[in-house]
Design a protein around this ligand. Sequence first.
Ligand SMILES: Nc1ncnc2c1ncn2[C@@H]1O[C@H](COP(=O)(O)OP(=O)(O)OP(=O)(O)O)[C@@H](O)[C@H]1O
Ligand SMILES: [Mg+2]
Length: 314
Amino acid sequence: MIELIHITKRFDHTVAVDDVSLKIDGGEFCCLVGTSGCGKSTTLKMINRLIEHSEGEIHIDQKPIRSFREDVLRRRIGYAIQSTGLFPHWTVARNIGLVPRLLKWPKSRIDARVEELMSLLGLSMAGYADKYPDQLSGGQAQRVGVARALAADPDILLMDEPFGALDPITRETLQLELRDLQARLGKTIVFVTHDMDEALRLADRLVVMHEGRIVQQGHPLQLLREPANDFVASLLGGEDRGLKEAALLPVSERMVPLGAGGVARERIDQTASLREALSVMLWRRVERLAVVDDDDIPIGELNFRRLVGARVND
Ligand SMILES: Nc1ncnc2c1ncn2[C@@H]1O[C@H](COP(=O)(O)OP(=O)(O)OP(=O)(O)O)[C@@H](O)[C@H]1O
Ligand SMILES: [Mg+2]
C-alpha cells in the first residue's frame, strides 16, 4: 500500500532521513519509534507531501505520490498531530468538516458525516458541535483532531503523537477506539509515538529509527526477543523487556487444565495479559490463579512456573 524506496531528505546541510526503505501493507498498523530528532515526523510528512523528499521514491498502490492530484492525496490520507492543529476561530463541527468542504461535498453530506464522526468518537453533537477549540479539554481536542483526520474516509491515516498529551486512562480508551476502527474499517495507519508501551500494544509492524535511518523493523514480539543491537534493546525497555513481552501475551497461552488441587481462590480472565496475571499474583501474594471465561466460569489455571515459562528441568 505505502512504499518508501531509498528515501532521503535533506534540510540544507542536515540529513533528516537517510536512505530509508519501508513497505507498509494495506490494513497494517505501523508504529515509528526512536529518539527525538531521528526523522519520524519528517518521514510521516513526506508520505502526504507536506514535505517533499530529496531522493528516492514514495509509492501508494505502486504509483509515485508525485503523480497523484492534490485532492486525491487529501481524500485518501488523513493526518492527525499532537497539537491537533485545529483552527481556533472555527467550531468543532467546522473543523471536522474541513477536508469534505475542500473536496466540495454537498452541505447535507458534510453535516451527516460530522455527526457520524462525533458519535464514533464519543462527542455529543448537542454538547460539542458549536464549541470552539479553546473550550475543549486536551483529550476532547485530540478526539476532534482524529475525527477531522477521518472525515473524508481516507484509507490511510498518518498520526504524529496524536495522544501525546493525554492522561493514561483517556489515552487507553482512544488507543482501543483506534485499534477497533482499524480492525473494523481496514485502515492503514502510520503512527509516531514516544510511548513504547503504546507502540508495542498497537503495532503490527514496529519500525525503530535512529539518526535518520531504520535500525530494525518487525513484529513487536520479534523486536523484543531479538533486538538487532543494544540501542534497540534499550529503547524497547532494557531490563523491562520481560514485562513488556508479558504485556503482549494472553493468559490463555500459558494456562494449564484445572488440576486436582481444587480451584484457586484468586481469578484472572483468560484474555488478560501475562503481565496483569503477574501483577495479581504479586498483589494477592499467591502463586496460582484460576483462569475464567467471559461468564466467570473457571476453565483452567495459571501457576507462577508456567507464567514465567519455566522449562520442565529448570
Ligand atoms: N523544516 C526543517 N528545517 C531544517 N531542519 C529540520 C526541519 N524539520 C526537521 N528538521 C531536522 O530534521 C531532523 C529530524 O526531525 P524530525 O522532526 O523528523 O524528528 P522526530 O523524529 O519527529 O523528532 P521528535 O521525536 O522530537 O518529534 C532533526 O534534526 C530536525 O532538526
Ligand atoms: Mg516529531
